[in-house]
Design a protein around this ligand. Sequence first.
Ligand code: AMP
Ligand code: TRP
Length: 333
Amino acid sequence: MSDKKVIFSGVQPSGDITIGNYLGAIKNWVNLQDEYKCYYCIVDLHAITVPQVPKDLRRKSLELLAQYIAAGLDPEKNTMFIQSHVSAHAELSWVLNTITYMGQLNRMTQFKEKSQKNEANLNAGLFTYPVLMASDILLYKTDFVPVGEDQKQHLELARDLAERFNNKYSPTFTVPEPLISKVGARIMDLQEPTSKMSKSGEDDKGRILVLEDPDSIRRKIKRAVTDSLGVVKYSDDQPGIKNLLNIYSKFTGETIEEIEKKYEGEGYGKFKSDTAEVIVEGLRPIREKFDELMKNKDYLEEIYLDGAKRAEREARKMLSKVYRKVGFVKRKF
Ligand code: AMP
Ligand code: TRP
């Protein structure tokens, strides 16, 4: 038995991942893999809460796995798997639905935002999405969940459900803690630096993809919205520059103060072109490794199958325990 603490996180295969996903989540996961027992999931059940094209969803799921590995996650050290391969996620979700209050789900800001965008297709899955996320986390006795800032409220719900279940029955679930890094937890849209960079919105000038080609990155950074103050300073009055500073710092590891100092007395032109190069160079190895991995689908298949087997063992144990506690007749086959 390993006494390592457990980490669980996931990304939806609902689009091509952005540097927001990379800097806010995946890059941090890489630093955790030696010290923790880590599960990194491709959450396809979550992805279908908004419309998807089936053949694209299949391809994107595989591409996301390749990007996890290309970003530095070692398949030997981490359990990487596809959510729909481990049916316990959907099953636990049903049980947790029965102890979740409608009012709690009504307060979720992501639901409010997404439901405004999908008014014509307001499905129940979008509403209960955070309960499925809680199931993902609670199945594995997760101690920490490394995510971007936008997931904090969902994490609170997972904690709340764990405690409610434990109190109602008896101690069963570990109550998970969020792990949100200081820098990079909220990468903003380049055109609208007061909203988060997202892989779905219509305007693609505001986001940079992990697999984006260098010239396009340079163009987007050049056109990124800034202000007329003309000083490279980390300030809420300069959301565009603040965002670029965060991106620069997260890629290079230099502190914000160091970067501000470096560009003292410089205009935005030089700072922007350097930021573009920092991004291009930071993503280059990922893109190269990704291209190589996509040529070897058998290898990718081996990884997600092995991951699902390992995850399944843990998840089944927890689900059986839950079924026993709520009073279901033991299944002897
Ligand atoms: P999603 O794209 O919603 O599946 O998000 C996957 C992970 O990326 C989650 O941990 C998010 O919190 C994180 N994430 C998504 N967008 C951003 C962003 N703009 N800045 C920082 N983290 C983000
Ligand atoms: N809801 C998360 C997001 O949109 C993705 C997710 C699903 C997740 N299940 C999870 C993240 C479990 C952490 C842990 O970003």
